[in-house]
Structure formats: structure tokens, C-alpha cells
Design a binder for this molecule. Sequence first.
Ligand SMILES: [Zn+2]
Length: 301
Amino acid sequence: MNKVTIKACPLCGGTQLEHTLTCVDHYASGEAFHLCRCSACGFLFTQDFPAEAEIGRYYETPDYISHSDTRKGLVNTLYHWVRTVMLGRKARLVMNEAHRRRGRLLDIGTGTGYFAHAMDERGWRVDAIEKNAQARAFAKEHFGLEVLPDDAWASLQEGAYDVITLWHVMEHLEHLNDTWERLYRLLSPKGVLIVAVPNCSSFDAHKYGGQWAAYDVPRHLWHFTPGTMQQFGAKHGFILAERHPMPFDAFYVSMLTEKYMHHNLPFVRGLLTGTLAWFSALVRKDRSSSLIYVFRKKQSR
Ligand SMILES: [Zn+2]
């Protein structure tokens, strides 16, 4: 297999990289992957992950939920209910942060297109990109959305977007620094960049260690904290303006973790950890299972 070995930290360029955790891919392959941390800046990432051309098979099981839209099982049912609630919240958050009711939005890694559709319905002019052909077909069939394939990046108009969103997408993208640069170029001068990613310094991440389901190796390449997200933004000309906790994610991630650990009553145990995590995030928002980061462009780079 063609693997990508990180020799220098993608965030600071440091070369002292320490092996910190071993995680198992419970979702698709059963293979183990190592996580490394940069000694200089603390950035955590998956080491020796499959190259872009080969990682596709690690997404291929019948129910990768963000793509296939299956409704089987309690965890998936819950996921779909939460998604409906979250769609409304996301739309409100976008409009509040952008200080506008309408505008031009680019959604990257749009999946089956639920969020893009929600914004389209609210009168936004939406462009959406998705790598997975099946997911694009779903968006077309269910919402009439013309979702662009991955190679359409270059055809997008620079400086045109009032809002760019990446909902749980950035942790999947191999070319991380290139992505940040592209985002900077595509965003309008007063635009907002909204990025949601799991938080590996969250309450639930600490509780479960290497078993934490949101490490999701090898699909998740990068494991961000509030600190490393702010540093990535600063490196590429952005100021971190706001952070919003995603309190529901702790429930979903905890239930999934309990299921992967083959514990009895994963739903009940997950609910309990999710509740504790939720209270923890009330006191300290940087302990939230996932966070939504709102970036604006610096006035001068
Ligand atoms: Zn580093």
C-alpha cells in the first residue's frame, strides 16, 4: 500500500515527532494506525496513512453514514434526528456570523447535500464540492443540487464567497496547508470561514484515550485542538474570531466508542458519558467534543 509518512510537522515544520497512541480502524478495515505528536507545537496526526488514491476503500462499508444515509439501528436513528436539529442551528450560525440574511456560500465536502440544500432553501447562492460520486448523485436526486466533483476547485471564483463552510471535513483532507491557502483565496475580504472538527482535547477524548471513536483512523488524518486550530488559521492569514461548542457530538461519539469497545449497554453508557461531557463543555467550551471555529481574514497578511 502507498502510505504517506509525515516527516515534518504540517503546522510548524518541526521534525521531532513522537508516537503517542495506537488506534484501530473499527469501522472498515480492523487495521491499526499510529498517532504522532509534534514535540514543538503539540499538533497530533495519523502517521503512515493511506495515500489519497488508495484511501477510498477505507470509506467503503455499507453504512458510512454521512454518505449513504442509512437509517438502521439506534445510533443511526439518533444521528439523523440530531442532524435535523443541527441543520437549523448551523444555518442560523452562518447568518449570524456573516451578518447577512443572503449571500454566496461554498460548502466543501458537502456529502449528501443536506446543509447545502438548507442554505439554498434560505435563498443563499450555494456552490458545493464533494469527492464521492454516490453522494453527489444523492444530492442531485433528492435536492436537485449540482454538486461539483473534487477537481472543480480550480474553476471556483477567487474572492467570491461570503461564507465557506467545512463541516467535519478538514480532518479528512490530505493536502492540509494547500487547502488553507485555497480557502484564503476563495473567501471575500470580509468573508467568514467556518470549520467544524472533532476536538482531541475534549472531555470524551481524555476519557477514552486511543479508543475514542472520533480519532476514526485512517479517515481522520489530523486531530485538532482549539490551540492548533488557531495556529493553523494564523499561519494562513486568518484570525480566530469565535468558537462554538457542538454539545450533541459527545453523545454520538461516546455511544460509538462504547459500541466499538464491545461494552454492554453502549447506548446507556454513551448517554452517561455524553451527559458528563456536555456539562463539562458548559463550564469550559474548549473541552467540547467538537467545536465550530469561525475565522476572518487578517487585515494584512
Ligand atoms: Zn509542530
